[in-house]
Design a binder for this molecule. Structure first.
Ligand SMILES: [Zn+2]
Length: 132
């Protein structure tokens, strides 16, 4: 195999970094975290319009960072590779934040009005509590 040159390698290495290098895309990756989320979860979690989120979701999917799964009228997004979250946590340290403060916001909140699989189990458990 031909030995790759530094410029060759660097071009390849820059691709995943470039693909996530915007505050909006990092926010989406944090909101999805290790689980999966629909657009309405991201709308609730980030407070942005659906069209704006969809535009970034499309770019992240095109860059092969996200994969989607359709269930009925919902499309759920998940990270293809959790290494992107590690990369973001490394960036936390580099930017002077503690990695704990960033990992604390990774897909932890549950939104009662949201029907994504992250939030829906909470709704189900509330309902089953009422029934009990
Ligand atoms: Zn949700």
């Amino acid at each position: 195999m031909k030995k790759r040159t530094i410029p060759d390698l660097s071009k390849k290495l820059a691709a995943p970094l470039n693909a996530i290098a915007s505050p909006q895309r990092i926010a989406i990756l944090l909101a999805i975290g290790t689980g999966e989320a629909c657009v309405c979860h991201l709308e609730t979690a980030l407070g942005w319009r659906q069209a704006y989120i969809s535009q970034h979701l499309m770019a992240l999917r095109k860059a092969d960072i996200l994969q989607d799964r359709r269930e009925g009228r919902y499309i759920y997004y998940r990270l293809k590779n959790a290494s992107y979250l590690e990369l973001i946590l490394d960036s936390a340290t580099l930017s002077g934040l503690s990695s704990e403060s960033v990992s604390a916001v990774i897909n932890t909140q549950i939104y009662p009005a949201c029907e994504c699989p992250h939030c829906a189990p909470a709704l189900i458990s509330v309902e089953s509590l009422k029934a009990a």
